[in-house]
Design a protein around this ligand. Structure first.
Ligand SMILES: C[S@@+](CC[C@H](N)C(=O)[O-])C[C@H]1O[C@@H](n2cnc3c(N)ncnc32)[C@H](O)[C@@H]1O
Length: 562
């Protein structure tokens, strides 16, 4: 087949798909202009499709649909506003959660029809699915002789060594055909849903939604059945739980994540039920098909997004995504069954995709005794990152840090001179810089920023006269005038004190310690209530961030005295 005819076919397929989307959208929204202009034949097809959809997805009453439409429009209006400060950001989040709660309530019949397990399921129920999953994985070529899937309290499921494993020994390999990605979608769906190669993690979430809703018809069922029913990601936090993050380094990122996912869902809903005609007029609009043809509801979307966030890995792209060669070099997000049952412990990365054999190989990062949990290392990430994107924190994180935001004031008459020195150090005039755990406490970039920020006009002239030496500012022992050095450390001291002060406003240190110990006692007694894991994670996170800031505060105080 020549290139052009291939392209024509693709265009035809795309057109057909869009027509289907339009018909389905019209059907799901109770018919309308889109269906009335079709031929008789199309009308019949439309009816059949509508009936099929009705059988599969329960119809909401007109009143319920109207309320849902209004809620979605309110949500879109709400998230359009860029909050000007942390208080506004918080108020917006609280309002957003209220809308989402009601949306989820109204969508419950749909959720029960397409993904009933999502609100149920625990570790024991998952464990019961392991035999079918392992058989399926082995039949497709997964090698996992030295490990098995088991329950580990505090981790949900994980991998257990079935014999002694030596360091560097090959433990797992998963062939490409079992690595789930957007490339498993039929081409017509890929064209429809995967238009943004840079957003490959979302493409993966869409592919997962489609397979999930296919249920027993999906060849991925044994894997999907084994996935957790819900997650500890920020999308599952209650307002009271999110409150614990206020004023911490993870707070703003967590709120932004909730906003982004809610907005994406609302946009897809709008294209499906409020403005279905958008399905055929622009690429983004066609995403409404996920709601009309694949039963997408918010509960299913947050599950799919969280599955991807907590389990994805990158593998090389094998199929051309679009006609831009450069983007086709970018890897894609993928779910790697069996390998993704391994939990994290600090160490080194030992999982690599082999393009020659086309499989993901994983070796043991250290020795494991028979019966022990087999851990892999997920990579260098701060606990704020782990909390927001992976739904856990690492109590022994050697790569932890707390980001603080600093910026040059636009009203500072010396801002340009300062910015020039910072640029030499690859630091922006508005930057997020790292406070570190002992023994470093203050990163070189943070120290350099504050030093530049505190330079007098004369000192700036001095450093400009020999910009090549700017790198010295990154080092603790850089020789500076005493008053300049004192101002630098006083500034750092005040800033850290302020951050710790915000911690106290949200929850006092003594209360935090008390709550943490109560939760641990309850856990030990087997009395953990719903949401316990998230509550515990949030208190642990606060304790770890507080200890980094407090250590750095003491360090800064010692330097103020010098
Ligand atoms: C790739 S999955 C690992 C398998 C997962 N435990 C399960 O039950 O399916 C990653 C998830 O496992 C959990 N996890 C991994 N490492 C952990 C750790 N060190 N502490 C607590 N939870 C961890 C977190 O819930 C994380 O989102």
């Amino acid at each position: 087949m020549g290139k052009n005819s291939k392209r024509n076919n693709k265009a035809k397929q795309q057109q057909q798909q869009q027509q289907q989307a339009q018909q389905a959208a019209a059907a799901a929204s109770g018919g309308g202009a889109a269906s009335s202009s079709k031929s008789n034949n199309n009308n019949n097809n439309n009816k059949e499709e509508q009936n099929a959809l009705e059988r599969r997805f329960p119809r909401l009453s007109g009143k319920q649909r109207k309320e849902l439409n209004q809620l979605v429009l309110q949500l879109l209006d709400l998230v359009q506003v860029q909050p000007a400060n942390p208080n506004e950001e918080w108020t917006q989040y609280v309002q957003l959660q209220k809308l989402l709660d009601r949306i989820t309530q109204l969508e419950e019949p749909l959720q029960k029809a397409v993904c009933p397990e999502i609100s149920a399921g625990d570790d024991q129920q998952r464990l019961a699915k392991v035999a079918a999953f392992s058989e399926w994985a082995k039949a497709a070529g997964v090698q996992s002789e030295g490990v098995e899937i088991a329950i580990f309290p505090g981790y949900q499921l994980g991998l257990r060594a079935t014999r002694d494993l030596a360091a560097d020994e090959q433990v797992l390999s998963v062939p490409r055909k079992l690595i789930f990605s957007e490339e498993h979608l039929p081409e017509s769906d890929r064209r429809l849903f995967c238009n943004y190669p840079l957003l490959t993690n979302f493409n993966l979430a869409y592919a997962l939604v489609i397979e999930k809703v296919r249920g027993a018809e999906s060849e991925w069922r044994p894997y999907i059945d084994l996935l957790p029913a819900k997650y500890n990601t920020v999308l599952y936090f209650s307002v009271a739980q999110m409150q614990r993050l206020r004023g911490t380094a993870a707070g703003t990122v967590a709120l932004r994540q909730c906003r982004v996912i809610a907005r994406q869902y609302a946009n897809m809903y709008k294209c499906a039920h409020i403005r279905p005609e958008a399905s055929s007029s622009d690429g983004g609009g066609s995403m409404g098909v996920l709601c009309t043809q694949h039963g997408l509801c918010y509960e299913l979307y947050r599950w799919a997004v969280s599955t991807v966030m907590t389990r994805q890995n990158l593998v090389p792209r094998e199929m051309q995504a679009i006609d831009e060669a450069e983007l086709n070099q970018l890897p894609i997000s993928a779910l790697i069954p069996y390998w993704d049952m391994a939990n994290h412990r600090p160490g080194k990365i030992t999982s690599f995709y082999d393009s020659g054999t086309r499989q993901m190989d994983c070796t043991a990062q250290e020795e494991f005794k028979a019966g022990e949990q087999f851990f892999i290392y997920y990579g260098d990430r701060s606990n704020a990152d782990l909390l927001v994107h992976n739904g856990f924190v690492d109590l022994n994180n050697r790569k932890d840090y707390v980001k603080i935001r600093l910026g040059l004031s636009p009203t500072d008459p010396l801002a340009e001179q300062r910015a020039r020195i910072l640029a030499k150090l690859n630091i922006d005039r508005k930057a997020e810089l790292r406070v570190l755990p002992a023994p470093d406490f203050i990163s070189g970039e943070l120290l350099a920023f504050v030093r530049v920020f505190n330079m007098s006009a004369e000192q700036l002239d001095h450093w400009h006269s020999d910009l090549e030496r700017a790198g010295d500012l990154l080092h603790i022992d850089c020789a500076l005038e005493t008053d300049h050095e004192t101002r630098t450390w006083q500034y750092l001291y005040q800033r850290l004190k302020l951050l710790l002060g915000v911690f106290e406003v949200t929850l006092k240190e003594a209360d935090e310690v008390e709550l943490l110990s109560q939760l641990k006692i309850k856990e030990a007694a087997g009395e953990a209530a719903a949401g316990h894991e998230i509550d515990l994670m949030l208190l642990e996170y606060r304790r770890l961030e507080r200890s980094i800031l407090a250590g750095a505060l003491q360090y800064a105080q010692e330097h103020c005295k010098v």
